[in-house]
Write a protein that binds this ligand. Structure first.
Ligand code: GDP
Ligand code: IMO
Ligand code: MG
Length: 429
């Protein structure tokens, strides 16, 4: 099958950027299929660090095509800054970075509306990244949106003004928030020059012709399945389908083209923003996870909420995505813990269950944990599964037994090379 998928199984920030950057050389095309500048995908290699928001994480690999698919929402300001950063690293991307014409544009008043709407929600706020994601997808489904292809049309300015005026009318519903629209518009119109200079494609034809020509494609997810608009912890979610199904609509491919679905989980769990998080640790253990894992948002810098890995939650997202391979990241973050836990069940409404309840946002869920001894040693220098301490292997084996999916990669540090690979056959034995 031509299109493999890589996506996050928790609430985002599982380490997708690092793994896509590693895997990209096995593919011809890396394509983002949803989300937008709310994403922050961190890559570390050759002593350098780069955070990508809109550009797919294959951009630093020579000869690999990177497609921003039509399911993505693009803020030209963020994109122009990203492109500038990539150019400054001496990377030649002119022929390798493509944008689908049907991708929607985030305009400054989308961000203005995001800020006003969040502000009006008070203590019920979603904790949005305020990048204009919700309002832009609302305009897409409301059939008012502006698309990349519109930039090439003569009446673009008219369309822009009409959308902006609609937003200004909507903004009257909300209490005032600080937003310098004039300054943001100047930046936006400057930034669209960089977007206009990129190669545009009819994404659905491009990708299907690539498939016909035998090209291998990796679809890169943003956010995580628990932030999916339909199946996440609604309303504390993002505004796109972050699950495998989103690949079909976000790139214009048929379900039968989907091959491996590679799901990523941290060895523990994090969430940034509001909403339920059953295994959250609001104590010194959670604090230690945040410190050891440097758990601060790559897009907003906000501290991430931390807790133990949650197996019922992972079973749910593995089911939704059809995950065929698991990647466990940030195992090194647990190096100094004497005891590690994994939630195996939940208790709620007087019962024990492995299912997430409909009213997850409203009821108290008590996780039931299994405990594991820590390994209390550094994993530096370990490059094969066999060399891993027995305690690490026993933890990973439990994950496989419970989740029924083989762990094929284990990430032991932020750098590209800190990765232990396992052959699938070996895992299945
Ligand atoms: P993404 O949004 O899924 O791409 O993940 P982020 O980049 O937002 O967050 C992951 C963070 O963990 C980044 O700072 C990465 O550099 C870092 N990271 C990725 N893999 C590992 C790992 O195996 N160990 C450690 N310690 N850090 C990692
Ligand atoms: P990556 O791709 C973690 C969260 C926000 C907020 C909610 C809605 O780096 O994993 P939005 O800006 O979409 O309206 O925010 O979703 N969120 C993320 N959390 N990683 C992300 O992306 C996220 N993108 C959005 O914190 O709770
Ligand atoms: Mg991130």
């Amino acid at each position: 099958m031509a299109v493999d998928v890589l996506l996050g199984l928790q609430w985002g920030d599982e380490g997708k950027g690092k793994i896509v950057d590693y895997l990209a050389t096995a593919y011809d095309i890396v394509a983002r299929f949803q989300g937008g500048p709310n994403a922050g995908h961190t890559l570390k290699f050759d002593g350098k660090k780069f955070v990508l928001h809109t550009v797919p994480s294959g951009i630093f690999r020579e000869n690999i095509i990177n497609l921003i698919g039509n399911g993505v929402v693009i803020d030209p300001i963020t994109l122009a800054n990203e492109i500038e950063g990539i150019r400054n690293m001496g990377v030649n991307f002119a022929e390798r970075l493509l944008v689908a014409r049907k991708a929607h544009l985030i305009i400054p008043t989308h961000r203005y509306l995001d800020a006003a709407s969040e502000n009006a929600k008070g203590h019920e706020k979603i904790g949005s990244t305020l990048k204009g994601i919700g309002p832009t997808y609302m305009d897409k489904t409301g059939r008012n949106g502006l698309r990349v292809g519109d930039l090439e049309q003569a009446n673009f300015k008219e369309k822009y003004e009409s959308l902006k005026n609609k937003h200004l009318n909507l903004l009257r519903m909300y209490p005032e928030v600080d937003f310098d629209l004039e300054a943001e518009e100047i930046k936006w119109f400057e930034a669209i020059k960089a977007l206009k200079a990129l190669k545009k494609v009819d994404g659905e034809y491009y990708i299907n012709e690539a498939i016909t020509n035998g090209r291998q494609i990796l679809a890169e997810g943003a956010q995580g399945s628990m932030l999916d608009i339909d199946y996440g912890t609604y309303p504390y979610v993002t505004s796109s389908n972050t699950i495998t199904a989103g690949v079909c609509t976000g790139l214009g491919i048929a379900p039968a083209q989907i091959g491996e679905v590679i799901g990523i989980t941290k060895a523990y769990c994090t969430r940034v923003g509001s909403g339920p998080f059953p295994t959250e640790l609001e104590d010194e253990t959670g604090e230690l996870l945040r410190k050891e894992g440097s758990e601060f948002g790559a897009t907003t810098g906000r501290p991430r909420r931390c807790g133990w890995i949650d197996l019922p939650q992972l079973m749910y997202t593995i089911m939704l995505n059809g995950v065929s391979r698991l990647v466990v990241t940030k195992i090194d973050v647990l190096n100094n813990f004497s005891e590690i836990k994994a939630a195996t069940h939940y208790r709620y409404n007087g019962e024990t269950s492995k299912k997430l309840p409909y009213d997850i946002c409203d009821i108290d869920i008590e996780p039931v944990y299994e405990s594991f001894p820590g390994w209390q040693q550094s994993l530096d220098g370990i490059s094969t599964y066999e060399e891993l301490p027995e305690a690490v292997k026993s933890f990973l084996t439990t994950l496989e037994d419970q989740l029924k999916v083989p762990v094929t990669m284990i990430s032991t540090g932020p750098e590209r090379k800190k990765l232990i690979l396992r052959e699938v056959m070996e895992v299945m034995d």
